[in-house]
Design a protein around this ligand. Sequence first.
Ligand code: SAH
Length: 206
Amino acid sequence: MVDRQIRARGVRDRRVLEAMTRIPRHLFLPAGRRSDAYADAALPIGRGQTISQPYIVAFMTEALEPADGLRALEVGTGSGYQVAVLADCGMEVWSMERLPELQRSAAEALRGAGIGDRVHLRLGDGSKGWPEEAPFDRILVTAAAPAVPRALLDQLASPGILVAPVGGPALQRILRVRRDAQGRLSEQPLEGARFVPLVVDEEGAG
Ligand code: SAH
């Protein structure tokens, strides 16, 4: 998977390649889907949600410029696979999911992969971020929204990097937003992608 789908398409970050070689992706899939775990595709994980294609996980993690000891927030835990990759790259990860069943199976998979104690999971609307733990050096959104939620930009450290798929439901562009040491924001469009939507819960429902 790593050689043919990820290295071959230009991902070079050593941490990302090593993390994705190490982490058993099949643990993050429902029992009936495990035989497809290393396929070059996004796969259903229940409740209409998907685990991202391995290449997209690698691409977004590389775009985030991972490094040891950084604090990273992920919005959209889903299967938990992306959490595992971020943690294996040396970062401390806080990840939010709005669907309890998915959060439960992600927690179990992370325990199975031996990284359950290095990550923090929370149930709730991740578009509002995790203010008690902010600021974050890195923020990764793995669900599509028409714009980067304001709360997440507010919770991005200075300097910091946020990566998110931005656009309509059918197609998005992965954006990288940098905040420099002076607090100035700049935006860089990267590849096209297709994510499930970021669902913004009504006040009080999350
Ligand atoms: N990173 C995941 C991919 C998740 S798909 C993985 O590696 O498997 C996107 C996930 O975002 C879904 O599980 C969906 O339920 C969740 N989601 C959508 N809107 C959300 C929100 N506002 N807050 C938190 N999670 C959200």
